[in-house]
Write a protein that binds this ligand. Sequence first.
Ligand code: DGY
Length: 322
Amino acid sequence: MSSRPKIFLTRQLPSESMQLLKSQSELTYNHDDRYLSKEEIIAEIQGVDGLLCLLTDTIDDDVLGANPDLKVVANFAVGFNNIDVAAATARGIPVTNTPGVLTDTTADMAWALLLAAGRRVVEGDRFVRSRQWQGWGPLQFLGGDVTGSTLGLIGFGRIAQAVARRARGFDMKILYWNRTRLSADEESKLGVQYASMDDVLAKSDFVSVHVALNDQTRHLIGPRELSLMKSTASIINTARGPIIDEAAMVDALKNGSIASAGLDVYENEPQLEPELYDLANVVIAPHLGSATIGTRTKMGNMAAENCLAACRGQVPPNLVNP
Ligand code: DGY
């Protein structure tokens, strides 16, 4: 290998990250603002050392096997459910992600959705824009109280903990469910109480989902789980769409068994369950969890450093292979 590794990037990143990659590698990249098909990715990675990809790129064994010299798959995301890590591990290919740098930005987004869904901000916005507003009314767009209510966190990793820290400013009672329970000391420092998943669902006014997507968590929230929630409660998802059974959630929102939803992620992005587009009690964002200039730049630099390190034969800092 020459001293500058060959890297293929599936979409352009923030300019600082592009400069970093261009200065330290022979970079080729997708110049168009669109996803590449699997066939296009396979064609582009011929002869490269590293692949830097996005959460929207499916990196399965066909892709991994298409270039026997591939030294790394570096994902521009903390989630890596788009990559067949087991297949990469079997082929000896390191896979990396971008943990830590998007924690606060994603927690902020969960809060934006929680407040918008709970206080019906987007419904109100649509109402005003449609020129229907005739003035203040005592019964207009009444939502649920956020301050003093109960927040339920499904999963309790970095992002959920950042959501919990913000909730303390709203005097909320905070319940969490996670595969592993924190120590009593950690729970008391964060001001959170552990509960079974059923109890978190049944007792919370806002349920926010924060588990990684894998075979165990696909449709973790289905019809039974939704039926446990309060009819006044909101569900918030900034993690991955398939964790919630989207069709079942639409039914719950339509029949009033839950009050509202604040969603940033969907089962089959960019397609949504058709009825979601028309439900008034849903706030729908286009997967914006980490979408700030600062955070996307940090993610890009981290993904670039991971990719460059592995191409140079070093252990990349954010390896996810077991
Ligand atoms: C991630 O990094 O997994 C996020 O979903 C990107 O916004």
